[in-house]
Design a protein around this ligand. Sequence first.
Ligand SMILES: Cc1cc2nc3c(=O)[nH]c(=O)nc-3n(C[C@H](O)[C@H](O)[C@H](O)COP(=O)(O)OP(=O)(O)OC[C@H]3O[C@@H](n4cnc5c(N)ncnc54)[C@H](O)[C@@H]3O)c2cc1C
Length: 396
Amino acid sequence: MTGVYDVAVVGAGPAGSTVAKVSVKHGFSTVVFERRTTVGIPVQCGELLPTPSEAHNLFPKSKRMPREVHVPTKFVTNRTRTIRLISPNGASYDFSFEANIIDRTGFDQYLTHLAMDAGADFHLQSFVKTRTRNNELVIKSNQSTKKTRARIVVGADGSRSIVGRSLGPQFMNSESDLSPSLQYVMSGVDTDTSVVEMYFGGKIAPGGYAWCIPKGDGVANIGFGMRRNMVHDEKPLRSYLNHFAFKTLASSLKNAKIESRVGAIIPVGGPLKRTWTNNVLLVGDAAGHVMASNGGGLPTALCGGKIAGHTIVNHLKMDTPLSEYEKQWKFEFGYELDTAFRVLKVADSVMPSDMTTDICMRLAGVRFLEPLIRCRLPLSVDLASKTLVRILNQVI
Ligand SMILES: Cc1cc2nc3c(=O)[nH]c(=O)nc-3n(C[C@H](O)[C@H](O)[C@H](O)COP(=O)(O)OP(=O)(O)OC[C@H]3O[C@@H](n4cnc5c(N)ncnc54)[C@H](O)[C@@H]3O)c2cc1C
């Protein structure tokens, strides 16, 4: 046993480092276990973070959100002003959306250093294998296995959280809601650096979308996320990305070169119904805190991490119940996460083919498409899907 801590955090992503910073700053011994060799590498992210004012528009009830998405300028590689949605037949719909495109590796390492400088212990190359009921963690590190125990364990270990699994199925993202994603970082890309493009269609990204996110200096993140249950063939994932990069984007990428490749999972099943027990909290992707309709999880990882940190501090100081965490994140961003999940379900039902997707996007127009991307339904959920289905039945 390496020791007993007040708080043990599994995962040094943005959610985990944020929790650790808060708990250690309030005087509680805190340890973070991270399986990677270097924090933030490889980057598994499109690196788009809404600006503070855009985050306020996205999560209007949250007072914390604009503060939490603030990124020091040195980690901002580009600033985009427009999101362009492109339907399968190539029609485009633009709306204004301000985002910082960030150096995610640098930003993750910065968050880690804030926690380390405040006194948190970080252990890299430390894979947490299991968690027992009394919060004992078994950690595999290099060739050895060690154990530690903590009063509170935080599962900040991503979409397939080991900590969540140790608590049972209701604390896990369902496998069918995990969206496989692939991305190339490419140089020599010739696109408008103020525009983020999102492409829809069954050939491009069944049940999801593909993106081109300009990082500046001719570099862009070119990627896609899809849903397995929307796929009717056995094509390898890479062939979708290659089709998108080298056919759909052929003119912009004719001189481009692949610098690196990443593959990862985005949980798009909406937030977990339960994210706490009497000695565990789940945060970030581990809690399903991702906007299911656009795959963004960075703002909620940062904000949820802050809420979790303060809840733990109040619990350890004053015995405030850990259930406060769930109350607070639901207040700050629960409605938007639920709505984003409903938007995804509506999209599934009214966009079964490229033809209906084209028609729906044309009928909806920017006025209706923009709120969908912003996690808002322009009409009530039922009304929205029924109206679209009725219109489709008339048109087809
Ligand atoms: C391809 C792709 C593109 C994306 N693009 C965007 C975007 O542009 N904007 C946006 O807002 N969101 C985006 N997201 C989502 C965003 O990256 C995540 O929501 C965000 O990283 C969640 O932060 P987190 O701290 O919860 O988890 P993570 O960042 O995934 O961190 C989890 C950490 O836990 C570690 N870990 C896991 N298991 C263990 C274990 N057993 N033991 C020890 N350590 C462990 C991992 O190594 C990792 O470092 C994207 C996701 C993907 C996959």
